[in-house]
Structure formats: structure tokens, C-alpha cells
Design a binder for this molecule. Structure first.
Ligand code: PEP
Length: 264
């Protein structure tokens, strides 16, 4: 029975007060669904207060980033070890971190391993830029990103990671091109085939694969109905409680229509 996973990535938006107001609205608007897991990724500063405010049956928390060493003289950094009691998930390798903060394939690999080591599920983001796409390089780029990220993981570890395909050209704050569901399905199936080659059929079948980039209440159901799409990372639309609730409702609707996916 496979759940759908919906992540709200709030990025560098909302101070602790506004984050708390949004969580209050989401509590009222989003019902608990057994078959849909809803995860909120607020700023680092809001994780602690929100961890005391959220109903954990309704929402789980994710960090947007952390450093891969467990402790040490790394001024300004927070480790996965420090986050382990606060969050279930951590976004790793988001394109904004790769592009604006120069995170290399190797840094993403270290962060993925550090999250797993500390009992946090990494949501490893991979994705091609519009230039890579126009040069026909999309699959090579995604292949390199996926294989490097999982390089140090055992077959046991692999059951504790999630991979999100977020084409950079589809992210609202980059190009914001709405991806065709067929493009997303093609790449998600490709990612599953990489995991199958590396870790076997069961690992590939069990892995949750998400879509990200311009997911909104109008586009969500089209993605959630795809055979290889197990949910989404939602950026801009997650800051509006009505939009985010509508996206979660779309996930529930798709699950409900396909009881094999864990609906009801
Ligand atoms: C993101 O950046 O993770 C994202 C999904 O952004 P948006 O939904 O705003 O395109």
C-alpha cells in the first residue's frame, strides 16, 4: 500500500509568527488522510516552535537544508544530528542550493548519507536546466545526480530515501514552464529504472518518487495520476493554505479513485 507524499517547501519565506499562522490555517483546512502524508518545510528558525505546535498525525516536518558533518567548527551551520528529533525529512540537493550555493554532486551525496545516518529521510532533488534540456542532456544529468547521491547507500538505506524530479525549467522562480505529465512520467520511470539496476526490483517498486515545479491545484491531479508519481514538492503554492489544501485534496482524490494505491 503506497502513500502519496506532499511536501510544502516554504523556502526563505514567513517569519516564525507568520509560519505559525499558516500552520494554524492548515490544521483547520487539511483533514488527516491515511493514504496521504503531508510534510511542511519551513525555515530552520521555525522548525523548533512548529514542532511543538503541529499535530504529528496531520503534518510532519522537513528541514530545507543542513550540513553533512555531525558536529565541529563549522560556523553558521546546523547538522542533521541536531535535527534528528525535530524532523522526519530533509530536502537535499534542491536546485536553488545547487545553483546559488554551488552544491556539487559530491556535497549532495554527503548530505544524503548524513541524513540517512541520522535517521532522517532525505528527499533528494534532481533536475535538468532548460539549457541541458535543449541540448538533449536531461537524462544524462539526472542519471549523474541520482547515481552520485545514492553512491554510499546500502540496500537497506535505499528504502529510507525519496527522490524528487524537479526540472529546473519548471520551478516557478526559474523558468516556470508547466511540465507536461508525459515529460514527468518519462523521467520518473527512468529514475525508477536506475534504482532497479542498482538495488533491484523491490527497492525500485517501493521507492517514493515525487514531481516538483509549478505544481498547483490545476495541475496536481494530472501528475498524481501518473503511474510513477508518488507525490509532489510544492513551492509557491504551499504558501497559500487554500492552494496547498487543494493539492492535498487532489492527492487524496487520486488515491481514493485507485484503492490499490492505498486509498479510502
Ligand atoms: C520548488 O522549488 O521546490 C518548487 C516546487 O517550486 P514551485 O512549486 O514554486 O515551482
Amino acid at each position: 500500500m503506497k502513500k502519496k507524499l506532499i511536501i510544502g517547501n516554504w523556502k526563505m519565506h514567513l517569519n516564525t509568527h507568520d509560519a505559525s499562522v499558516l500552520v494554524h490555517r492548515l490544521h483547520i483546512t487539511i483533514p488527516v488522510h491515511r493514504s496521504v502524508e503531508v510534510v511542511l518545510a519551513p525555515s530552520m528558525l521555525s522548525l523548533q516552535p512548529l514542532s511543538l505546535e503541529i499535530d504529528r498525525r496531520q503534518f510532519k516536518l522537513a528541514a530545507q537544508n543542513a550540513y553533512y558533518k555531525d558536529e565541529g567548527a563549522f560556523t553558521g551551520e546546523v547538522s542533521y544530528d541536531m535535527l534528528r528529533d525535530l524532523v522526519h525529512y530533509a530536502i537535499v540537493g534542491h536546485s536553488e542550493r545547487r545553483i546559488y550555493f554551488n552544491e556539487t554532486l559530491e556535497v549532495v551525496r554527503e548530505k544524503t548519507a548524513a541524513a540517512v545516518r541520522n535517521g532522517i529521510v532525505p528527499i533528494v532533488c534532481v533536475g535538468d536546466t532548460s539549457q541541458e534540456r535543449s541540448e538533449g542532456e536531461s537524462k544524462r544529468v539526472v542519471h549523474d545526480q541520482v547515481t552520485t547521491a545514492v553512491q554510499n547507500l546500502t540496500s537497506e538505506d535505499i528504502s529510507n530515501i525519496v527522490i524528487a524530479y524537479e526540472p529546473v525549467w519548471a520551478i516557478t522562480t526559474f523558468d516556470g514552464v508547466v511540465a507536461k505529465p508525459s515529460d514527468i512520467q518519462d523521467m520518473l520511470a527512468y529514475i525508477r529504472s536506475i534504482i532497479l539496476d542498482l538495488y533491484g526490483a523491490q527497492a525500485a517498486e517501493d521507492m517514493l518518487l515525487l514531481n516538483g515545479g509549478s505544481v498547483n491545484p490545476d495541475t496536481a491531479a494530472g501528475y498524481f495520476s501518473l503511474p510513477d508519481c508518488d507525490g509532489a514538492i510544492v513551492g509557491g503554492a504551499s504558501l497559500n493554505y487554500k492552494s496547498f489544501a487543494a493539492i492535498v485534496a487532489a492527492a487524496y482524490q487520486v488515491q481514493h479513485e485507485n484503492p490499490d494505491n492505498g486509498g479510502q
